[in-house]
Design a protein around this ligand. Structure first.
Ligand code: UTP
Length: 487
């Protein structure tokens, strides 16, 4: 074990090479534990990469390289056309078989900071459901329990955290007894962090300090999940359990299908390495990435990067030509993640820059700074940037009410309109989906003149993960106006 002194000398040399020696400026003021913390943070960072990114992404704005020929991505429709009916049947049977064979793992990325939501705990602990306020992690755990029961299998669950929320997340699972799941089949692992880089004044091009004993760190983006799956040992663990397919979902969507036999089967039957679900966009500028096909590869172009002349193009039927929005639901082969990790270029996902307000200390005086304007660049990679690295990738269209009720933003104060992608908008969508499932099962649901559900309904993912699961449930004949009911 190197001593603190040896670690300090090594860190100083590395930082000096990267022109970031100021990160140790207040080292002499720290006690041993603080020194250890700061050195551990410094040792966890790829400083040559940071130095390179400061040049390319902070001191300069990287040029946008769009492929020359951008086409809409081919997509499997939500319901099969007659020529696809047989393919869908086969795919669904294959997906169910893969679940029964126990080769599919669930993977939730929960390493984000959730700054927009403003919830002072890991986002997965947020009470998400409309009647019982079940936390997001509980909703997914119940989904997994139900799927395990339905397919008579084990679905190991991998949850990616970040160093900032790892321990509270693990503690939360323990306090809640893993929501009834077998702890041997639930794995938490943290992703890597990146330092925020100053954008203005004296701090330009310098890694920021949150305090004398801490860098201003944030998780390195959901793209970091692919590397973290490998470096954490999760991939090796999956292989030892016989897992070959990973069902990737985000922590903030309570209606997501944590594992979906049809999607799993469509992905597997076409030998895809990484596949995606999409939603038809509500308009040309909806803030969803666009699935495109360019240079023979599936690719996602961010909404802000897709040129207007493409974004506004329509088909002869008047639909958007580029209509496929990304909702961050993927199937990923274990072999593909392994292949990326052994690639001679490493996990070469491109970094994206985002200008943010990052609280920090003055690098000379240690006075706290709480900026009103963006003062830093955060650097992140995005998981969908792995799509162009695939030889095969399929896209499947899903339905907004069926599986997209994201909780990203804080609720508006009472009396104001429902905020976009908030807990309130999510609860309305969850109720609408529950109503549809009940109506499919011949339950009458109170709706107003506009067709909106006039009640609050929750169907637990422990009860049903698809409408047909309700056929085995003792359902009410009707849901009345103003009723609040959990099933
Ligand atoms: P978002 O892009 O919505 O970010 O993450 P966020 O961190 O949750 O929220 P804001 O932007 O700070 O308000 C989408 C999904 O990707 C995960 C999040 O946990 C969420 O499930 N994510 C994001 C990570 O796991 N790691 C990251 O570094 C970033």
């Amino acid at each position: 074990m190197p001593t603190l002194q040896e670690r300090h000398a090594a860190a100083l040399a590395t930082l000096t090479d990267a022109d970031q020696a100021h990160a140790l400026r207040f080292y002499d003021d720290l006690d041993e534990a603080q020194r250890d913390q700061l050195l551990t943070q410094i040792e966890g960072i790829d400083w040559p990469e940071v130095a390179r990114l400061i040049q390319s992404h902070v001191l300069n704005n990287p040029p946008l390289h769009l492929p020359s020929d951008i086409q809409p991505a081919p997509c499997y429709p939500q319901s099969p056309t007659s020529d696809l009916a047989d393919h869908y049947n086969k795919a669904k049977s294959l997906g169910e078989q893969l679940l029964r064979d126990g080769v599919v793992a669930a993977f939730t990325v929960a390493g984000g900071q959730g700054t927009r939501l403003g919830w002072d705990a890991p986002k997965g602990t947020f009470p998400a459901t409309p009647v019982t306020g079940r936390p997001l992690f509980g909703v997914f755990a119940d989904y997994i329990s139900k799927a395990q029961q339905k397919y008579n299998c084990t679905i190991p669950w991998f949850v990616m955290t970040s160093p900032a929320n790892h321990q509270p997340t693990v503690d939360y699972f323990k306090e809640n007894d893993y929501f009834g799941l077998d702890p041997n089949h639930v794995t938490h692992f943290p992703q890597a962090m990146m330092p925020a880089i100053g954008l203005t004044g004296d701090q330009q091009g310098k890694v920021l300090l949150a305090s004398k004993d801490s860098l201003a760190l944030s998780p390195n983006g959901h793209g970091g999940s692919l590397k973290a799956l490998h470096t954490s040992g999760a991939i090796a663990d999956m292989k030892s359990r016989g897992i070959s397919q990973i069902s990737y979902t985000q922590v903030d969507n309570p209606t997501v299908h944590v594992v979906d036999p049809l999607f799993i089967g469509l992905h597997a039957i076409d030998n895809a390495q990484m596949s995606s679900k999409m939603l038809p966009k509500t308009g040309p500028k909806e803030k969803l990435g666009n699935f495109c096909f360019a240079d023979g590869k599936m690719t996602v172009i961010e909404y802000s990067d897709l040129p207007d002349e493409l974004a506004f193009q329509t088909t002869p039927d008047g639909d958007l030509k580029f209509r496929a929005g990304s909702i961050a639901i993927h199937m990923i082969n274990v072999g593909f993640v392994e292949q990326l990790s052994t690639s001679p270029t490493g996990f070469a996902l491109p970094f994206h820059r985002a200008e943010k307000k990052v609280p920090c200390i003055d690098l000379n005086t240690a006075t706290p700074i709480d900026p009103d304007e963006p003062n830093a660049v955060k650097l992140e990679t995005f998981v969908f940037d792995a799509l162009p690295l695939c030889d095969n990738s399929i896209l499947y269209e899903t339905d907004r009410v069926e599986e997209f009720a994201p909780i990203k933003n804080a609720d508006n104060p009472p009396g104001e309109p429902v905020a976009v992608d908030s807990a309130a908008s999510s609860k309305l969508l969850q109720t609408e989906r529950a109503a549809r499932w009940l109506e499919k099962n011949k339950v009458t649901v109170a709706r107003d003149a506009e067709g909106n559900v006039n009640a609050t309904i929750e169907i637990s993912t422990r009860t049903a993960i698809s409408p047909d699961d309700l056929s085995a449930v003792d359902l009410p004949k009707s849901i009345k106006v103003g009723e609040s009911i959990a099933i």
